[in-house]
Design a protein around this ligand. Structure first.
Ligand code: COA
Ligand code: AMP
Length: 634
């Protein structure tokens, strides 16, 4: 039972942020105490717990073995696509991680070196991440649904010495071979990692590339266990690339100390779980949700975490989630609203829920995209537990706004992720940086400093960090989301303020897709917009202007563009909607009116700016959208 109120905890944090986090940091095992809780010497770049030393891997594994939880399951790999369930106790996971850390060390990996992990949802992905943390090396996990180009871009930015991969991932009814993608990325990247360790899965045998590749099992067999290497609190634990407005992804840096403190705090106070509880985030290790709430958060807290290699539907049916919850006695679950929409589409009455005993489930958390009230209400009706929407982003690693179940459950307002979490001083700013009144929509900003766990900067690029997030409103971090605060202090996150779209809970850049499309020899110019989709929340749609004199069939060109985006960004972009238009609507200064086109596609009212170059173009666009079935009827 919660004994404190949200208001009192928030007020306690607000009165003394450094004191608050210093107290929370006592929950972490330090090799050396920090000198300064909040180091402001390089503001607006802030550092938490500077001077402190710790090892994150020690805090997620060894400590639990030493404290007597060695035989408790740490990780359950539940894989309907391979029909297997594999459990690692804390002792087994620690031993496997220590051995793989030894294998990495044998290949010259040391503190500060980067390692890229490009793997499906297998335990070895988690083992590789934690092995890096054990050595003080910096991992950068790349989501398996990204193509070779995206992998190459990350190789060139992170400059890893080594890549860890698998022979394949498994999608429904389809094997995704990873080696050809990795080989292609090696060709494309200017930087060449010296080694590639490959987990050869039984579903797909691959031949190793001589002098570069090493088989996972062979590497483990030859390795000697490695101990935890203490690192400074401000040393990077990982880099995770995320979409920005351009095709060049941003390398979000996560430190060791602040991250461990914040995530451990979040497990107890936001999710309300303690050591021994089973916690399941149905996401992918390639996303921030996977980093924070499949791997680090639950293990810091001594929970059992579930690594689910399957989908909400089709593996084998829309009861898949309920099977996992009941079989492994999950107490708290976390997924994206899209997953619920997919289940609802196939099982609107929630009949599959009745096949399972879900009495273990206390709460269902949702994040990754705006949660429409219908989905939240439906989930609540079938699960009969609180369904908690919470809002965060790759940059923050943990929730900016949530209903903190471990502190006090506040009334749920469907459509709102509730209130700012202690640690975040949230403001709604207008175009001039002025504070907007309650109820008025503006830019959602966090007053600096950001709490522990949030990005201290971008990888090797303080300048881009400042330009992308800090310069717009001095003293504030710009989230890139637009929304408002209501009269009860609830936050409403409505849309992005930039060219980022959210497809099935996956964050994608329309700018990156435009770059790929614009490079096609027949395309004069293009715009990609995110249009509303009942399943995935949004889908990208390309509006293409062909070069004059192009005689080839439009359908052929459109098919090539779809294929190009798939090959260069990845299938996860779900780019399938494309239409040829004569011109794009623009202002007289040449700015493309993407927001106007998005509103037209979504059937919303729109007001073209007075500076529009030629209002007649909008009628042409409306006609093209109509032919594609837009605006869609519910
Ligand atoms: N490796 C390779 N390909 C992948 C992949 C991976 N790890 N993940 C997805 N893809 C492919 C899919 O197979 C699909 O390919 P297709 O175009 O050939 O069909 C494409 O990328 C688009 O994937 P997705 O949008 O996920 O579609 P889907 O039909 O496979 O699944 C949902 C739809 C709603 C079931 C799925 O998106 C889902 O479970 N979403 C939950 C969201 C989530 O976990 N978000 C993480 C943040 S919390
Ligand atoms: P990512 O960095 O991939 O986690 O995506 C973060 C973005 O997803 C945020 O900036 C929001 O635009 C969106 N988002 C995440 N959670 C929510 C939520 N609960 N409500 C509204 N938008 C959300």
């Amino acid at each position: 039972m919660a004994t404190q109120s949200y208001g009192s905890v928030y007020a306690r944090w607000r009165a003394d942020p450094s004191g608050f986090w210093a107290e929370m940091a006592e929950e972490i095992q330090w090799d050396r105490r920090w000198d300064k809780t909040l180091d402001e010497s390089r503001a607006p770049i802030y550092r938490w717990f500077s001077g402190g030393q710790l090892n994150t891997c020690y805090n997620v594994l060894d400590i639990h073995v030493e404290e007597g939880r060695g035989e408790q399951p740490a990780l359950i790999h539940d894989s309907p696509v391979t029909n297997t369930v594999t459990t690692y106790t804390y002792r087994e996971l620690r031993d496997a991680v220590a051995l793989f850390a030894g294998a990495l060390r044998a290949k010259g990996i040391e503190r500060g070196d980067r390692v890229i992990i490009y793997m499906p949802m297998v335990p070895e992905a988690v083992i590789a991440m934690l092995a890096c943390a054990r050595l003080g090396a910096i991992h950068s996990v790349v989501f398996g649904g990204f193509a070779a180009n995206e992998l190459a871009a990350r190789i060139d930015d992170a400059r890893p010495k080594l890549i860890v991969t698998a022979s394949c991932g498994i999608e429904i009814g389809r094997i995704i071979e990873y080696k050809p993608l990795v080989d292609r990325a090696f060709e494309l990247a200017a930087h060449k990692p010296h080694t590639c360790i490959i987990l050869r899965r039984p579903q797909c045998y691959v031949k190793l590339t001589a002098s570069r590749d090493l088989d996972w099992q062979d590497a483990m067999a030859a390795a000697a266990s490695a101990e935890c290497v203490p690192v400074t609190a401000t040393d990077p634990l990982y880099i995770l690339y995320t979409s920005g407005t351009t095709g060049r992804p941003k390398g979000i840096v996560r430190d060791n100390g602040g991250h461990a403190v914040a995530l451990k705090w979040s497990m107890k106070n936001i999710y309300g779980v303690t050591a021994g509880d089973v916690y399941w985030a149905a996401s992918d290790v390639g996303w921030v949700v996977g980093h924070s709430y499949i791997v680090y958060g639950p293990l810091l807290q001594g929970c059992t975490t579930i690594l689910y290699e399957g989908k909400p539907v089709g593996t084998p049916d829309p009861g898949a989630f309920w099977r996992v919850i009941s079989e492994h006695r999950v107490k708290v679950m976390f997924t994206a609203p899209t997953a619920f929409r997919a289940i609802k589409r196939e099982d609107p009455q929630g009949r599959h829920v009745r096949r399972y005993d879900l009495s273990c489930l206390r709460a269902q958390f949702l994040a990754g995209e705006r949660c429409d009230p219908d989905t939240l209400n439906w989930a609540q009706a079938i699960l009969k537990v609180p369904v908690i929407d919470h809002w965060w982003q790759t940059e923050t690693a943990w929730a900016i706004a949530a209903n903190c179940l471990g502190i006090e459950q506040l009334p749920i307002k469907p459509g709102s992720p509730t209130k700012a979490v202690p640690g975040y001083d949230l403001h709604v700013l207008g175009p001039q940086g002025n504070e907007l009144p309650l109820g008025e929509m503006g830019s959602l900003c966090i007053k600096l400093p950001l709490p522990p766990g949030c990005l201290p900067t971008l990888w090797h690029n303080d300048q881009r960090y400042k330009e992308a997030y800090l310069n717009r409103y001095p003293g504030y971090y710009v989230t890139g989301d637009a929304g408002y605060l209501d009269e009860n202090g609830y936050v409403w996150v409505m849309s992005r303020t930039d060219d980022v779209i959210n497809v099935a809970g996956h964050r994608l850049s329309t700018g990156a897709m435009e770059e790929v499309i614009a490079a096609h020899p027949d395309v004069a110019e293009c715009a990609v917009i995110g249009v509303a989709d009942p399943l995935r929340g949004q889908l990208p749609m390309g509006l293409i202007v062909l070069k004059t004199g192009v005689r080839r069939g439009e359908d052929e060109i459109k098919a090539e563009l779809v294929q190009r985006v798939r090959e260069q960004i990845g299938p996860v972009a779900a780019f399938k909607l494309c239409t040829v238009v004569q011109r794009l609507p623009k202002t007289r200064s040449g700015k493309c009116l993407r927001v106007v086109m998005r509103k037209m596609a979504d059937g919303q009212s729109y007001h073209p700016p007075a500076t529009i170059d030629d209002p007649g173009i909008l009628d042409e666009i409306a006609l093209c959208l109509h032919k594609l079935g837009f605006p869609r009827r519910a």
